[in-house]
Design a protein around this ligand. Structure first.
Ligand code: NDP
Length: 285
């Protein structure tokens, strides 16, 4: 029988636990604080920021949203980040991506102090993950790791195939699985004969952004499938990268879209923000 892994279930549980942790911190006069910076008027980005802010406030995290116009000078953005770097009430800083072309994304991410980098995109945190040292881990891959743990999916010794090699999903989830003793293969747009690769997967993670990238003839019987993709159809419906109905018949575990990986991503942002506040609190003692 196939188990459908709902991120909503674990996300609700974790958010309730995080709310308790925030209350415990508030008894020590600490309120975790999250600063979110958005540049421009992109509808999707604004929606994501609104969702993040609401989720943070619901569990008692103080949130500060700064909105800048599309024609913003890079220097102004860097100054704002530096202001939050020094702000004692802010434990996490997030700059909503993508940024307009006049702004150097790398420079922006490298300006955020690594100890406030709750997105885990600073090269220091990327390096820590690569070295299997404690640090902030990007939210979507961290959410996938937590989901696999929650559903009791064993990773050690498994052949994990990752389709997609972005810095925010593909690469870091591969690192996490490697750190957990999986054997990892990365695939991308230049991979020859994708099907030959995906059919070998005990655990298949798909983060491409194209519907029906993975069909039932591309997977092994009993494989564990995690679908990260989000594609909005003209009808307004959102679908993943995996042909869910047919693949579900062969998989042992599978995440749906929506209600799969998505809800875990924001939960992990809250988790990283609370973690940052806790680390600062113990460092101050
Ligand atoms: P990117 O566009 O940055 O990366 C996509 C990756 O897919 C690239 O590595 C690309 O290869 C690879 N790719 C493209 N076409 C193919 C193909 N035909 N076969 C194999 N590989 C291919 O996307 P992201 O990683 O940012 O996001 C991926 C998807 O996940 C998107 O739909 C996004 O919306 C979704 N997402 C969902 C989140 C959630 O919380 N649920 C969070 C983050 C993302 P190459 O490197 O060679 O170009």
């Amino acid at each position: 029988m196939t188990t459908v892994m709902y991120g909503t279930e674990l996300a609700n549980k974790m958010r309730s636990d995080l709310k308790d942790e925030v209350e415990a911190l508030s008894r020590k006069n600490i309120q975790p604080g999250l600063a979110v910076i958005i540049v421009g008027d992109d509808y999707a980005s604004k929606t994501y920021v609104r969702i993040k802010r609401n989720a943070a406030e619901k569990i008692g995290i103080y949130s500060k949203v700064v909105e800048f116009p599309e024609d913003l000078k890079e220097e102004t953005l860097l100054d704002k980040i530096n202001e939050f770097n020094e702000d004692e009430n802010i434990h996490g800083i997030l700059v909503q991506l993508p940024l307009p072309p006049q702004i150097d994304e790398r420079k922006v991410l490298e300006t955020i102090k690594p100890e406030k980098d709750v997105d885990g995109f600073h090269p220091i945190n990327v390096g820590r993950l690569s070295n299997n040292q404690p640090g902030f881990i990007p939210c979507t891959p961290l959410g996938i790791e937590k989901m696999l743990g929650y559903y009791g999916v064993e990773v050690a010794g498994k052949h994990a195939v990752i389709v997609g090699r972005s810095n925010i999903v593909g690469k870091p989830i591969g690192q996490i699985l490697l750190n957990n003793d999986a054997t990892v293969t990365y695939c991308h747009s230049k991979t020859k004969n994708l099907k030959e690769m995906t059919k070998q997967a005990d655990l298949l993670i798909v983060a491409v952004g194209q519907a029906n990238t993975i069909t039932d003839d591309m997977i092994k019987e009993g494989a564990v499938i995690v679908d990260v993709g989000n594609t909005y159809l003209e009808s307004g419906k959102v679908v993943g990268d995996v042909a869910f109905d047919e693949v579900k018949e062969k998989a042992s575990f599978i995440t749906p879209v929506p209600k799969g990986v998505g809800p875990m991503t924001i939960t992990m942002l809250l988790y990283n923000t609370v973690l940052s506040a806790k680390v600062r609190n113990s460092a101050d003692k």
